[in-house]
Design a protein around this ligand. Sequence first.
Ligand SMILES: Nc1ncnc2c1ncn2[C@@H]1O[C@H](COP(=O)(O)OP(=O)(O)OP(=O)(O)O)[C@@H](O)[C@H]1O
Ligand SMILES: [Mg+2]
Length: 496
Amino acid sequence: MSIDLLEIKGLTKYYAGITALNNVSFSVKKGETHAIIGENGAGKSTLIKILTGAETPSAGKISFEGEEYDQITPSHALEKGIVAIYQELNLIPLLTVAENIFYGCEKMNGWFRDTKLMNKEAEQLFADMGVKVDPEARVRDLGMAYQQIVEIVKAVSKNAKLVIMDEPTAPLTKNETKALYTIIAKLKEMGVTIIYISHRLEEIFDICDRVTVMRDGTYIDTMDVKETDIKHLMSLMVGRDLAQDFPGTSSFEEERVLEVENLSNSKLKDVSFYLRKGEILGFGGLIGAGRTEVAQAIFGADEITRGCIRLNGKEECIPSPDKALELGIGLIPEDRKNSGLILDLPIKTNMSFSILKKITDRIFINNAKEKKICDELKKELQIKAHNLNYKVKTLSGGNQQKVVIAKILAQDCQVLIFDEPTRGIDVGAKHEIYLLMRQLTEKGKSIIMISSEMPELIGMSDRILVMHEGKISGELQKDEFSQEKILEYASFNVGE
Ligand SMILES: Nc1ncnc2c1ncn2[C@@H]1O[C@H](COP(=O)(O)OP(=O)(O)OP(=O)(O)O)[C@@H](O)[C@H]1O
Ligand SMILES: [Mg+2]
């Protein structure tokens, strides 16, 4: 029998009027990879914050390696080898990989930092993990996946015993996820215990031994991964049966709302396509294929060196996002963490900020109007907020993302670009977002949807464009949709 490394006993956390955790008890065995799953706002991140000392519990105890604590302080956590890797990375972009790893515990040679030694040791750490990363590269020049790998290696260099990953793969593609899996396997080999939080339930079956389900701050159950399946986990998570399939198709018109011709810049080469009224146009491709860049260019966030954009048949110059919004083009960005939420302002203000003109009578904000719009968006997106007057920072990660979506939807744009619309969103709310997209197209709005999730791309799109190295490499009509075809176009240019 394996022994418990961590035991959580009756852990409870109250925030002003909210019970984020309610008497949660379960244990994590030494050396296992233990998943924690639950809907947005279930209490997963709160639990992690308590384990690393970022938050103090209102009640309950934690026992780690047989020692019991009322609370863990950050220095305890460090000393005991409990490390969390959050979605917002803690690296310093301007420093090199090695400098980041040894930050705060630099190797010295007399009075000077021994850069050579640090580079060498960092290189060895990566070699031990079976990955190749240049220790002298600046962190800001690394992709998301490698930045995460650096964080993990940094944790390992500090003799971590428990590594907690809060949605590590949310921003990663399939290939990058594989690189992360390799690292996780290595950590397991080294006897490190892992807590793994993810909304991608398939991943749990790929890499975890056991899974704990939480719902509304309470503990539901812990199971061996081998003894359960996705359907069962989903029903435990949401406490009801879920509509799984994708809602209908759009009845789009032939009228072309948006036409893009020979769009080019440093990342894009002669991208041409059209979007019809009421259509959902899917964009498939690998990461770096240029899909987000197309979105940015149309939204006026990236410069265009050549090409033109026509809206309702009229050529438009879109030098800035403000102009795009004025013309009725909205973008829900991939990187929602950095998309302009003001964490210290109320949820409702964040939602309505962009539509102040619409809700202001002469000089006063019409509170009733604002409330009506915000309440509707809250309901449509199932934002789990106790009160829209609370600050955005009191929301769980997934619910903050929904506020970003709400903010753009409030502007009532005729063309909406969704970049990875359901990333970080729980399985229950995913379906709501799909329904919402269909409702929008029924109202005559047109949608561009960039997605790396095959089922979503195939299930929601009316037509799919696939990109490869900054060009459109293929177009698929609904009756031609298949995963194989999309992958084929995604991996090489047609005609090569
Ligand atoms: N600082 C805070 N003040 C008030 N309420 C908070 C605070 N932090 C979290 N909460 C609330 O606690 C509950 C649990 O949030 P938590 O972040 O733990 O959810 P989660 O399971 O990690 O969700 P997600 O999948 O969206 O990341 C939510 O209702 C959230 O609004
Ligand atoms: Mg969270």
